[in-house]
Design a protein around this ligand. Structure first.
Ligand code: H53
Length: 833
């Protein structure tokens, strides 16, 4: 039951006396046993890494028993399950999260303390599992946590990249990419499953054959075979619910293939083939929201989809043999963006060519099994693959895509718009032109039962602007599932002070029902609760200040306002708008160093795609401006700018709980949803942002008066865009003109004039595609409102508390329940022990 605390005494850390002594003793013995017998060392000489490995081995004892229970329950009940296909799963670290979900964190902390160890220090040994770029990959990870917690039968399928997203170093202010070999010394969470290895055909040609009954059929003669090796990562639901599996496929060469080449006398060729096969899962493409269009990327997509579908079929056939009539009622497949689209023709091919079904039977099953989530409207992110790549790699799949397209254009399209060739070419899966292309999103929409966007406004734009003609054909296909994030990772394990406060005011079940946090709202006016809330924030800021000192060498004051923008670097996210504002603030401080402003620390973290030159230039500019400002004694430390290198999940867990302001400043209509916006708000940051993506739904919950909303709306952007002239804004605003011109000088880059000019050029000569200059004045005004409110401590605390308390709907449990009810028709399953 909730202990109603009315005193002002902060209880940021749970008292150790509540931890059961016997459990601590048992845990301690287990860790020591593993240290000796699993890791082969002893407490006297163990390294931190060895301690961490022994800790994981201890946790795994608990996990594997639950995993077996989960799988046995599902098998016994022959449950319907969802199969979440995603090229990215950005899991981050697992130790603290798993301990938290098993409710063993406090016990483990005390046990390690008895060895003289600090659990947080030991857990720093764990490399982040960075098998994703940003929002889309982290969403998949949050969804796995919620699927397990809500007891939905599921499997996550992806790629076992040998190298995750690159490690970012900053040298002389510039981004340098280094490889991320996250499992160089093994990953103790994953289990290899040789019994489920798959062989995947690739390349070659299609032969037309005539069957005895005179009908034509196609026979694919692939030119090579790739071995897919599954690695399973258990995903632990909160409080002993089910344990889900994330199955990631590693590519290897097939022995017989190499052996043949070897026997034919080509040892070197055999090696080449081996390394080619292994290249497929070597590295994650570092593009977020843009497509590389590379052959290897399509091969990666096909490889993991082909492995996953064989795995799905194998499991289905275990209970249903060769009768496919129940397939669609047992199997739901979710496509996370267009990356796994190739699974559609691959399922068709498996059912027709390998299982002997007719085209019509295969289509009936396929079109009832798939659903597609769209995550972006950006044209450069919508995948289109040249037909010639398909001809080379996947000739049989291309044939099936043509067949699907033919039947679609001559069926539903002809019926709705008879004789209308313009409509046919618009809706066709194939784009005609000098290079013919396969439009993957069209294939997804045509095949899927449901197509969803990821926030209300985004789903509306998907239906009305991106696929309006498809929406006329199938209005009910289109729906919305607003994104969410797991409160287990994003409050309970990364902000223990706040979690404790929620335990006190909302009872201990809030991590399973985030709406319960609303209970804090009624204390938002009470001084002792405001003090306690802001003390938690302050402690988090002190911890972050220490991290900043270690990573950036910059001293920052925890009493200053922490203004944070952490996310991938992209023009539409407008880190350069933030930078222009910082420059204007600096300029005004130079003009009047004694002015009474709130001391502020601007904190950035962002990786740029290695080939995205302007994004890298913006990183350089942030560092150059920061260097100058941080060392300028004239402004008396009122302003600091830090760029934290190598932003990733484990850093987000330290940064987000310490933020006062969350910068969510994308051009309206461009950020599909955003998910860090939800995490910040949950942790009591106020959003300074545009009416874009999920920001709209956040302020709907928390109140516009408790956030700082600015800028053009989606409609205003759409209206202005065709006649937009950035020079008008530049010429009309002295301050704006001065800071834009400052970029052309060598003030921030002594001896290197023009080093920041590309940014000015993008804003003026390149037409400012994301309307930075148009939103500048309104952005500045929003900052001024924020400054003013920050001076009123009580008002700020109240707004922060209301933000945190009203984020219930942004739990990924809510998202997953929406999917389960409206898209998958999936029931949760209680696990029998
Ligand atoms: O997906 C997030 C959204 C976010 C969107 C992001 C995304 C990627 O990370 C990568 C590719 C892509 O098409 C979209 O940009 O707005 O919150 C999860 O839905």
């Amino acid at each position: 039951a909730a202990a109603k605390t009315t005193t002002s005494a902060p209880k940021a850390v749970k008292a150790t006396s509540t931890v059961d002594k016997a459990q601590v003793k048992a845990f301690k013995e287990q860790v020591e046993k593993h240290l000796r017998t699993t890791i082969g060392t002893s407490p006297e000489k163990a390294s931190k890494l060895a301690w961490w490995q022994a800790l994981v081995a201890t946790v795994n004892e608990d996990i594997f028993g639950r995993l077996t229970d989960t799988q046995q329950t599902h098998a016994k009940n022959d449950t319907r399950a969802v199969h979440y296909l995603s090229a990215e799963f950005l899991m981050g670290r697992l130790t603290i999260n798993n301990l938290t979900n098993l409710e063993k964190f406090d016990v483990a902390r005390e046990a390690l303390k008895e060895f003289g160890l600090d659990i947080n220090d030991i857990c720093e040994e764990e490399p982040d599992m960075a098998l994703g770029n940003g929002g889309l990959g982290r969403l998949a990870a949050c969804f796995m946590d919620s699927l397990a917690t809500c007891n939905y039968p599921c499997v996550g399928y992806g790629i076992h990249y040998e190298n995750g997203l690159f490690r970012q170093e900053i040298r002389a202010g510039k981004q340098v990419e280094r490889p991320d070999s996250w499992r160089e010394y093994g990953c103790p969470w994953e289990v290899c499953r040789p019994e489920s290895v798959q062989n995947i055909p690739l390349g070659g040609y299609v032969e037309k054959q005539t069957a005895p009954d005179g009908s034509q059929c196609s026979v694919w003669h692939p030119s090579s075979m790739i071995k897919g090796v599954p690695w399973d990562i258990p995903v632990v639901g909160y409080r002993g619910s089910s344990v889900a599996i994330l199955r990631l496929w590693e590519s290897r060469s097939t022995e017989q293939f190499n052996w043949d080449v070897f026997n034919a006398g080509g040892y070197v060729d055999a090696q080449t083939e081996k390394s080619l096969a292994e290249t497929i899962s070597k590295v994650l493409y570092p593009n977020d929201s843009t497509e590389a269009g590379k052959e290897l990327r399509l091969t990666q997509q096909y490889f993991f989809c082909a492995c996953s579908l064989r795995d799905i079929l194998r499991r289905y056939k275990r209970s249903h043999h060769n009768d496919f009539s129940e397939f669609a009622s047992k199997i739901a497949i979710q496509l996370n963006d267009t990356h796994p689209t190739i699974a559609i023709p691959e399922l068709m091919r498996l059912l027709i060519d390998e299982e002997g079904l007719s085209y019509e039977q295969a289509w009936d099953i396929t079109s009832k099994s798939f659903n597609y989530t769209n995550h972006t409207l950006l044209p450069e992110a919508l995948e289109k693959w040249p037909v010639y790549i398909f001809e080379k790699l996947l000739p049989r799949h291309l044939e099936l895509i043509y067949e699907i397209n033919f039947r679609f254009l001559n069926g539903p399209v002809e019926a709705k718009w008879p004789g209308n060739n313009e409509m046919k070419s618009k809706l066709s899966i194939i784009e005609e032109g000098e290079v013919r292309k396969v439009r993957m999103a069209n294939l997804c929409v045509i095949t899927s039962e449901h197509v969803n966007g990821v926030a209300k406004i985004h789903s509306k734009l998907v239906k009305e602007d991106l696929f309006p003609d498809y929406a006329q054909l199938w209005p009910n296909k289109f729906c919305n599932v607003t994104n969410g994030v797991t409160p287990r990772r994003w409050i309970l394990s990364c902000n223990r002070g706040l979690a404790e406060l929620y335990n006190d005011v909302a009872g201990k079940d809030w991590p399973l029902d985030l709406d319960k946090c609303e209970a804090l709202k009624k204390y938002a006016d009470k001084k002792e609760y405001q003090d306690r809330f802001m003390k938690i924030k302050h402690d988090n800021k002190v911890a972050l200040a220490k991290t900043i000192k270690e990573l950036c060498g910059v001293e920052v004051d925890p009493n200053a306002l922490f203004d944070v923008q952490v996310k991938r670097l992209h023009e539409y996210k407008r880190q350069h708008l933030n930078l222009l504002y910082i420059m204007s603030l600096y300029k005004s401080l130079l003009e009047d160093p004694d002015q009474d402003i709130v001391p502020q620390v601007f904190i950035f973290g962002a990786k740029a795609a290695p080939a995205y030159t302007l994004a890298k230039d913006i990183i350089f500019a942030i560092n150059a401006v920061g260097e100058k400002i941080n060392n300028d004694l004239r402004i008396k430390g009122k302003l600091k700018v830090v760029f934290i290198p190598n932003y990733r999940v484990s850093l987000a867990e330290k940064i987000i709980p310490a933020a006062d302001i969350s910068e969510q400043i994308s051009t309206a209509g461009y950020e599909a949803s955003g998910t860090s916006n939800m995490k910040f708000s949950m942790n009591g940051a106020l959003t300074l942002g545009t009416m874009d993506g999920a920001n709209i739904e956040i302020v709907e919950q928390a109140g516009i008066e408790n956030n700082f909303i600015f800028g053009l709306s989606v409609e205003e952007v759409q209206k202005l865009k065709p006649r937009y002239n950035p020079w008008d804004y530049y010429n009309a605003d002295h301050d704006l003109k001065a800071v834009v011109d400052w970029l052309d000088s060598d003030f921030f880059t002594p001896g290197q004039p023009g080093a920041l000019s590309s940014i000015k050029s993008s804003l003026l000569n390149n037409g400012d595609p994301f309307l930075v200059l148009a939103d500048f004045a309104s952005y500045k005004a929003a900052h001024q409102r924020a400054q003013k409110m920050f001076k009123d401590k009580a008002k700020w605390a109240k707004a922060a508390m209301i933000n945190s308390a009203t984020m219930g709907i942004f739990s990924s449990d809510r998202s997953i329940k929406d999917y389960a009810t409206n898209i998958w028709t999936l029931k949760s399953q209680l696990i029998k022990k």
